[in-house]
Each structure stands twice: as structure tokens, then as C-alpha cells.
Design a protein around this ligand. Structure first.
Ligand code: ARG
Length: 268
């Protein structure tokens, strides 16, 4: 067993080395922007649950793309740092910051008071709200309150999960929790639940792209408060947070943010 453990350790060590070399090569590649005075631009590892189109998803080439990637990449260019996106499951994602596995989280994360206890957030970069998707043939859902006696799918540990818990009760078996939003919406397609609740951009995008399933969306601006997305860093990482916030300011000021917004949402 000791031998095996030793072998595994060396394999990991090798793999780790390889990664570092690759990162260094990238950092010194000729197309890299001019390094900040005093040396190379730092590259930060960014965690994202890339199953959340149009904010973060994988394209045909398995590259992580989306609104959040465009915004953070532009922010990094202005803030004087580099980013490398790594697909990271939503569950457990927050813990990767104190563990040191990720430097930044860019995952359509709503800034909440509870989350602020354990991580630091950038200035907000997007406003969202919860949206209900209702299954084919479910005719009696006109508002959030109509979900009280329904089966509802959510992504575990999201703000969607939180609002549905408030209405149905935390331990209500009618709440079906899934590790990703697409899995929750697939359950709705299959008729396993009556509705799903999640961030408006993602729910609307999914329903529009899967018309064959006859799902419809129901807005309820009275029940759902606006939410604001922020990039998260480890608590106390002021150096990085300052760079991110400076970058956000700059991309908002020079029209870059508006361009990216238009690319994904068509309007200002
Ligand atoms: N905005 C919601 C929250 O922060 C959902 C975010 C889920 N993001 C994702 N990439 N799956 O709870």
C-alpha cells in the first residue's frame, strides 16, 4: 500500500509540474499583453460551473465560454492580470477558495449576506431574478405562490433553492434538488416535476432552446427580489479584489461591458 501511495504521489507531482510549466509558457507567450511594471502578469485560476448557459457553458470544442468569461477576461485585461477557467462543480465550489484550489469564482454567483461571511465579492456585474419554468400541461401556475403544493426542481444550494425552501419548507419532499440547472430542467421536461425555479437568464434560455417540450416561463417580480452577481475571491484577498473592481469599473466606463451584454442578451 505504501508503495502504491508513493507511486500515486509521484504521478501527481509530475502532473502538477506539467501544469506549472504549461502556465509559465502561456504567461510568456509572445501574444501576451505587456507585463505590469515589476514582472510577469499573474495568472489566476477561475472556478466556474460551466453548465449555465449563457453565463458559462462549454462550446463544441469543449472550451469554457459565456457572458461571465467574456466579462472577467475583459476585466482581467484592464486590471492587469490573466485568468484560466476551470470547470468546477457547483456543489463544493465555495470551499475551493479557502482550499487554495481556485483564486476567483465566476459562476453567476448571487451576492448574499450569508455568502459574504465566508468569501469576498467584487462589485456587482449583473442583475438577475428568479424565474419559474412550468411543465407542459400544468395550467394553474400563474405566480410563485401557486407552487405551494407542486413538485419543484432546483439546483442544490442556489438562491432558487433558497426561495423555494421558504415557500415549501426546507425538508418538503416536493423539492427536488439537482447538482446542475440543466438536470433540474430535464426533470421538468420529463414530467417528473411540475415546475423549476432558477436564474431568469438561464431558465429563459433553456426554455427558448427546447420548444419541443412545451415548457413556459412565469415571471413574478412581486415574489422575487433582484439579485446581483459578483465575482468571488477568498476572504481577505484584497489585492486581487481591488484589481477585479478596478477592471469592472474600466469595462463599464469604456463600453466593453455594454458590448458583451449586447452580444449575449441583444439589448442594453
Ligand atoms: N445565482 C444563483 C446563485 O448564486 C445560481 C448560480 C448557479 N451558477 C452556476 N453556474 N450553476 O445561487
Amino acid at each position: 500500500r505504501t508503495l502504491l501511495a508513493g507511486m500515486l504521489l509521484s504521478v501527481f507531482a509530475l502532473a502538477g509540474c506539467g501544469q506549472k510549466q504549461e502556465a509559465q509558457q502561456q504567461a510568456s507567450a509572445p501574444q501576451a499583453a505587456a507585463p505590469a511594471a515589476g514582472g510577469e502578469m499573474k495568472e489566476y485560476v477561475v472556478g466556474t460551473d460551466a453548465s449555465y448557459a449563457p453565463f458559462e457553458f462549454q462550446n463544441d470544442k469543449q472550451e469554457i465560454v459565456g457572458f461571465d468569461m467574456d466579462v472577467l477576461t475583459a476585466v482581467a485585461a484592464k486590471g492587469g492580470f490573466k485568468v484560466k477557467f476551470v470547470n468546477t462543480p457547483w456543489e463544493g465550489m465555495f470551499a475551493t477558495l479557502p482550499q487554495g484550489d481556485r483564486d476567483i469564482l465566476s459562476s453567476a454567483i448571487t451576492i448574499t449576506d450569508e455568502r459574504k461571511q465566508s468569501m469576498d465579492f467584487s462589485d456587482p456585474y449583473f442583475e438577475a431574478r428568479q424565474l419559474i419554468a412550468v411543465g407542459k400541461g400544468v395550467a394553474d401556475v400563474k405566480s410563485f405562490a401557486d407552487l405551494k403544493a407542486k413538485k419543484v426542481a432546483v439546483q442544490t444550494g442556489t438562491t432558487g433553492d433558497e426561495v423555494v425552501q421558504k415557500l415549501l419548507g426546507k425538508t418538503n419532499p416536493n423539492i427536488k434538488r439537482f447538482e446542475s440547472m440543466p438536470l433540474a430542467l430535464k426533470e421538468l421536461e420529463g414530467g417528473g416535476v411540475d415546475a423549476a425555479v432558477g436564474d431568469n437568464g438561464v431558465v429563459a434560455n433553456y426554455v427558448a432552446n427546447n420548444p419541443q417540450h412545451g415548457m413556459v416561463t412565469v415571471e413574478d417580480t412581486k415574489s422575487f427580489a433582484p439579485e446581483y452577481y459578483g465575482f468571488a475571491v477568498n476572504k481577505g484577498n484584497k489585492e486581487l479584489l481591488d484589481k477585479i473592481n478596478a477592471g469592472i469599473k474600466a469595462v463599464k466606463a469604456d463600453g466593453t461591458y455594454d458590448q458583451i451584454f449586447k452580444k449575449y442578451f441583444g439589448t442594453k
